[in-house]
Design a binder for this molecule. Sequence first.
Ligand SMILES: C[S@@+](CC[C@H](N)C(=O)[O-])C[C@H]1O[C@@H](n2cnc3c(N)ncnc32)[C@H](O)[C@@H]1O
Length: 322
Amino acid sequence: MEAPHVPVMLDEVLDYLAPAVSRPGALAVDATLGAGGHTEALLKAHPDLMVIGIDRDPTALTLASERLRDFGDRFVAARAVYDEIPDVLAAHGRERADAILFDLGVSSMQLDRPERGFAYAQDAPLDMRMNPDDHLTAEAVVNGYEVSELVRILREYGEEKFAPRVAKAIAAARSQAPITSSRRLADLVRDAIPAAARRTGGNPAKRTFQALRIEVNGEIDTWRAALPAALDALAPGGRVVVMSYHSLEDRIAKHELVRRSVSTTPAGLPVDLPGTEPTFRILTRKAHRPTQTELDRNPRSAPARLRAAERVATSTGEGGDS
Ligand SMILES: C[S@@+](CC[C@H](N)C(=O)[O-])C[C@H]1O[C@@H](n2cnc3c(N)ncnc32)[C@H](O)[C@@H]1O
């Protein structure tokens, strides 16, 4: 069977997590299980490791659980949103994890299923929910949001230079008839973008679809809440790897990791005051990008940026960050 999703920067993920997940009885959380590619490689490489795999998409959980069946009780699937990591750990009788992996965004399995409505290249209802039990759909955003709100999400989440033009075109179209199909939306976005700008940068609807997906799934707000909670749940010596595909997500990761990797002792004092020492050590001076070999093999990896950090034990022997 063809792989449903090619795991991105797999070697780097394995290398960065190895010191933490090779400890006896180690527990890792794969916060974005998807097709389970990273988890499968981790379980194969570390025979004593247990992984809890989280996803909000029930279809992903079913497929990944099937793929990982041979690992028995070394793998557990949890349907949750990744800002619930502490609750998921508690539900399994654990407080801390040795490693946490975030591979943010959408999986190829979601993109390649037309009925999910993520793809601009296929005609489908405008849905885009990762969790089909959630209420907000792309159709509701496109037909219900004020033009100013549409402009904001197109700019912030889609990095769309022509956000006002696209938002106005959406407003004009929906005043004729509700926009319910991805084809109609993709066509009107293309027509709203100046011809000269259409010639570069791939399908002009790509940025609008990305913005809608991020809005529908509340991805940025969830990520802002999820990373601090995850870092607090790491055991001393534990490691986190974050792969993001959007500059906003990467900025949030960078900021939070830097914040925890510097001392909060007031400047000028010769030593760190107790309780102000850095609690994390950043392992990636700059974000890593996929190699050319990986890009040739898997063009969808192109936007990925990887950052990694390790929780250090504080002078009290704990990793407290509160
Ligand atoms: C890029 S894929 C992960 C691919 C996976 N690493 C692999 O190798 O197959 C991202 C997954 O995270 C899930 N996801 C996105 N946001 C989530 C959230 N806030 N909570 C839980 N899962 C989320 C998506 O449903 C998707 O299946």
